[in-house]
Design a protein around this ligand. Structure first.
Ligand SMILES: [Zn+2]
Length: 485
């Protein structure tokens, strides 16, 4: 039974999410490590190396790094694989490091209020319950908001009932799992409270339902939830003087907060929305993660959170970049191009058969220039063509190219089937000083000039080579090949 208790609202069993684990106290914070890579190309291995350096070769930090940053949307990578800076986090981190912990504390309270399950970037599409239900397809719940709502309701019922035990956390998590998220919907809170009170009314409940070994495991797993919930100013984890079975207490409310119930209710009411996502899209999808990050760490949302609650002073959270920072849209086309480039690069070092390599390489190069397009200009005559009338022409002959050159997108160019591909390949045209020119040293014995060829060359002669700088060495190689006589 205990072994089936794995889901605690999808929270990863990693280092707890707290200001000091993120921004650092005695240890360097995980976000501080990420900041070192800001504006750079995302390379997992480089970050892994840095983590082992900082944490003395403890490789487990990589899992923590990824999980924690995914939970709070901190690892935002754009379409060009560059790590994007997030001003809110930068601000909280720099304040924290200067000894002002307030912004980090407020931020963690805000993140708790947004904490949702399933999580778009963490709940894997493969993860399922024992009965085969797919967690990613569950109705979204906000565990922290639900817990506040339950405690609020328990208090209304009887002040002495305002607490939750480890076993009750276990129970609501299980119920939520078997109902695929229906159980912890806010409008079902009364039902949850009814169930809890019913169990408490059963005097034998704690003694027969769960033995001490199982309880130990439950408490252990609840520790990860507690680690995150601990950031809440509204919850209290010190056992109050209530008659709760020994070792069972999980949490209650923090009665030191001014206007506690008004505050809790306004938090509940303003936290009813969540991030809608298509569960068929992988949790690793970079575009989804990018948009979740921009949704979660939206400065306007944090400002609204501060405005709704009087517990936090908005003067304690000042975002210097202003409330309307423009976040660029994720450029899918650029991303596809990047991925093709990455695959080409990877292909260079992989050991596939020569034939399949050549075919794959040709497909990837075509994708690099034409993917997702209907039309493109011919690089030589500059006329617009449907992509079916364009080929990916080699600037330098493929057979003369090294393995490394073959996977360089600059070795090819889109050229039209209506003459340009042929005229360039046979050497009627060469490129020199950034321009296409008639090749005066052509082997005229072999390649005859007729009027139609002459007039076609005349049109092209002097056209610019758009990608000249990057493709220069390949154009040179082609020119030398056709001008050796
Ligand atoms: Zn053309």
């Amino acid at each position: 039974m205990a072994k089936t208790y794995k889901q605690i609202f999808g929270l990863q069993r990693v280092r707890q999410i707290r200001p000091d684990s993120l921004f650092g106290s005695e240890l360097i914070g995980l976000y501080t490590v990420l900041e070192k890579f800001m504006y750079k190309k995302y390379e997992a291995s480089e970050i892994q190396n840095e983590l082992s350096r900082v944490f003395h070769k403890q490789s487990k930090y990589w899992g923590q790094f990824i999980s924690i940053h995914s939970t709070i949307g901190a690892l935002r990578i754009n379409e060009e694989n560059t790590i994007v800076n997030i001003p809110v986090l930068e601000y909280a981190n720099s304040e924290y490091n200067m000894g002002n912990q307030k912004p980090a504390e407020i931020l963690l309270n805000y993140l708790l209020s947004e904490f949702q399950f399933p999580h778009p970037g963490l709940t894997s599409s493969k993860s399922e319950t024992k009965t085969g239900q797919k967690l990613r397809y569950f109705k979204v719940v906000k565990p922290y908001i639900s817990i506040l709502s339950i405690l609020n309701g328990l208090y209304e019922n009887d002040r002495k009932e305002c607490y939750l035990t480890h076993e009750e956390i276990y129970f609501i998590d299980k119920e939520n799992e078997s109902s695929e998220g229906e159980y912890l919907q806010i409008n079902n809170t009364n039902k949850v409270i009814e169930n809890i009170l019913e169990q408490r009314g059963n005097k034998d409940y704690y003694s027969h339902e769960i033995n001490t070994v199982v309880l130990k495991e439950i408490k252990n797993i609840n520790g990860y939830l507690k680690g995150f919930l601990n950031n809440s100013v509204f919850l209290n984890f010190d056992k109050p003087s209530l008659e709760i079975p020994r070792g069972q207490f999980f949490c209650s409310l923090n009665f030191d907060i001014k206007n506690l119930f008004t505050e809790i209710n306004s938090l509940i009411n303003s936290s009813l929305s969540h991030y809608e996502f298509d569960p068929s899209i992988s949790h690793n999808d970079r575009e989804l993660k990018y948009y979740y990050s921009t949704y979660l760490l939206d400065e306007n949302k944090i400002n609204a959170f501060l405005t709704n609650l009087s517990t936090f002073d908005s003067n304690d959270f000042f975002i210097s970049s202003g409330p309307n920072i423009k976040i660029q849209d994720f450029d899918k086309k650029k991303y596809d191009k990047y991925r093709v480039e990455y695959l080409l690069d990877k292909m260079e070092s992989t050991d596939t058969t020569r034939r399949s390599k050549g075919r794959l390489e040709q497909q990837l190069l075509r994708k690099f220039y034409l993917y997702g397009k209907e039309h493109e200009n011919c690089s030589i005559c500059h006329d617009l063509f449907p992509i079916t009338s364009l080929t990916i022409a080699h600037i330098k002959k493929r057979t003369h190219a090294s393995d490394e050159e073959r996977t360089d997108p600059n070795i090819v160019m889109p050229a039209c089937y209506l003459g340009c591909d042929h005229l360039y390949e046979k050497g009627y045209l060469i490129a020199e000083d950034g321009k296409f020119k008639f090749n005066k040293k052509l082997d005229f014995e072999k390649y005859k000039l007729t009027d139609v060829i002459k007039s076609r060359i005349k049109i092209i002669d002097g056209n610019e080579c758009i990608n000249w700088e990057n493709s220069r060495k390949y154009f040179e190689s082609h020119r030398q090949l056709h001008q050796t006589n």
